[in-house]
Design a protein around this ligand. Sequence first.
Ligand SMILES: [Zn+2]
Ligand SMILES: [Zn+2]
Length: 262
Amino acid sequence: MLIDTHAHLDYPDFDPDRAEIISRAAEVGVTEIISIGTKIESSTRAVELAENFPNIWATVGIHPCDADEAPDDAVARLRELAQSTRVVALGEIGLDYHHLPEDAAAIIANKQRQAELFAAQLDLAVELGLNAVIHQRDSWEDTLAILYAYTGRVRCVFHCFGGTLEQAREVIALGHLVSFTGIVTFKNARQVQATAQEVAADKFMVETDCPYLAPAPDRGKRCEPAHTRRVAEKIAELRGTRVEEIAERTTATAREFFRFSR
Ligand SMILES: [Zn+2]
Ligand SMILES: [Zn+2]
């Protein structure tokens, strides 16, 4: 049994065959899927999916790349969505400095908006007693600086983790987790492979981030939750263990972190 802890199941990429994709995942042992919100609309759809499929859970949140377009009442609307018992975390939230506006003034304003929204959503996580799914890209120091104030109050998972073992240990020491995508199967991904090989067995989860990041040999194609198995297989190979062992540990970690049916 495996849990895809980060899927964008609501995306239009899956409109033609969503139900098939969910059963295809179950056929290879990916029995539960967490559908991640990125805006109000996608969070709403994630909650709807979770209410319609017993093996799907939802997170609600505004992705940092959507910070500028977020409505002024975003936090109030997320609070309302989180009333559903199918919501298992805030997310994905954080900072993304990879996709920034062109000119200098707009960059400053955008970074400030991202930071405000990140902190406001962490406050909401504290208020609701939920954990958080963190997206950070090229923003490591600022992300940790904001998170630091929430240590012990919100537990987080650094999703699509691509950092060094030292960076993984840094966030684990603060009570957080990391999770790995199909990137671990890419030939040039030596850094994240080394991290996945060494990180503590009970401090990581697996995910697809589908429809993005299809594992090898399907890199570049549409990814789907069934591919979680290949992520787990690669990590098992790196760690010299059996895929069943990885499945069991990561599932236990995910159940404890997301507290399904809270
Ligand atoms: Zn992300
Ligand atoms: Zn994502």
